[in-house]
Write a protein that binds this ligand. Sequence first.
Ligand code: ZN
Length: 112
Amino acid sequence: MARQVFAIQPLPGREMCDFCCGASPTARLYACRNFIIPRTKHAVFQHESIGAWAVCDRCAVLIEAGHWSQLTDRAFRRFCKKHGVSRYEEFEVREQLREIHQLFKEHMIKEA
Ligand SMILES: [Zn+2]
């Protein structure tokens, strides 16, 4: 079965939130060291996460507060709405988002 390719990773020049893919204008940029998106061996995507992540107001609040699971929930809900994720795929998609957010957390460059 050919897998649908999900574009979770940030794309250069995109003007929407890299977490929730929301229509809300991005309010902040978070510098982040590069990391490899997990589970690429399943060929869902092979992509390096590069540079700054654009983040909307609401997601920025969650990041600042360290509410990572809420951030993942929010991103997951928005992602499902946008891409029409089936029940069968829900778990995997949510896990991917969670892993990506965890990696972002580990690689983000905190402002002095
Ligand atoms: Zn957002």
